[in-house]
Design a protein around this ligand. Structure first.
Ligand SMILES: NC(=O)c1ccc[n+]([C@@H]2O[C@H](COP(=O)([O-])OP(=O)(O)OC[C@H]3O[C@@H](n4cnc5c(N)ncnc54)[C@H](OP(=O)(O)O)[C@@H]3O)[C@@H](O)[C@H]2O)c1
Length: 209
């Protein structure tokens, strides 16, 4: 399994966890904003995996909260670049690998902010709504070519996404990252007749959204 992000130490520790669990982890330093970085990272992963990807997860994302009237163009451009150009770059470069698999599955991690508007989230919601549209078109185009496409809709999840972002975040009400991984795994294992185009992440017990 290849794990990619910009911070080498973090991808290396995840790759080691994969090794420890009996798999084969590959750490790849990659900036999804930069097409050349994605191309070289994806090609490295393809080399290690005999040219075949069973699963690609577009998970990298950036978050910001600002009332629209105070939103800087730099923040808007950054969120578009990471949350929309990123999945575009990764999907484009991964297509050949997915086409080589007999159980190919592409996941785009959107958010409930891809269905519902939140104050202060014009840039984030725009990217996450956009990712839903991207996934719907890819479903039409890629499923006839044997590639399943799923959009994942997590609610608030206790990760570093909220670090340094102003707001009153109650982490005790949030999902854990493992909850998201679990629904992605279940969708990957779903039998061929079952629709997994939209993958929901149930809130933790006792929490309503
Ligand atoms: N946490 C939530 O409440 C929540 C809810 C719904 C949806 N989501 C979505 O879930 C996904 C994962 O978010 P998270 O909560 O795990 O956030 P996170 O803790 O901030 O992690 C984001 C990940 O994306 C990577 N990343 C950011 N920019 C990148 C870039 N330019 N190139 C490559 N990797 C990059 C980061 O690594 P580096 O910084 O090292 O590159 C990090 O591994 C995102 O798409 C997010 O929008 C999160």
């Amino acid at each position: 399994m290849a794990v990619a992000a910009r911070t080498r130490s973090e991808v290396e520790s995840v790759a080691l966890e994969v090794d420890g669990a009996g798999g084969k982890g590959l750490a790849i330093e990659m900036d999804v904003v930069d097409l050349a970085s994605v191309e070289s990272g994806v090609n490295r992963a393809l080399d290690e995996m005999d040219g075949i990807f069973d699963v690609v997860v577009n998970n990298a994302g950036a978050f910001a909260v600002k009332p629209f009237a105070e939103l800087s163009p730099a923040t808007w451009y950054r969120l578009m670049a990471v949350n929309l150009n990123g999945p575009f770059h990764v999907t484009l470069m991964s297509l050949k690998g997915l086409e080589g698999s007999e159980r190919a599955h592409l996941f785009n991690v959107s958010s409930i902010a891809g269905r519902q508007a939140y104050e202060g989230s014009s840039a984030y919601c725009t990217t996450k709504f956009g990712l839903v549209g991207f996934g719907e078109v890819l479903s039409l185009e890629l499923e006839p070519r044997g590639i399943r496409v799923s959009t994942v809709f997590p609610g608030a999840t206790d990760t570093t996404l909220f670090d340094g972002v102003s707001g009153d975040w109650d982490r005790s009400q949030m999902n854990q990252p493992e909850d998201v991984a679990e629904v992605i795994w279940k969708a990957f294992e779903a039998p061929p007749g079952e629709s997994v185009q939209n993958v929901e992440v149930p809130p933790p017990a006792g929490v309503s959204r």
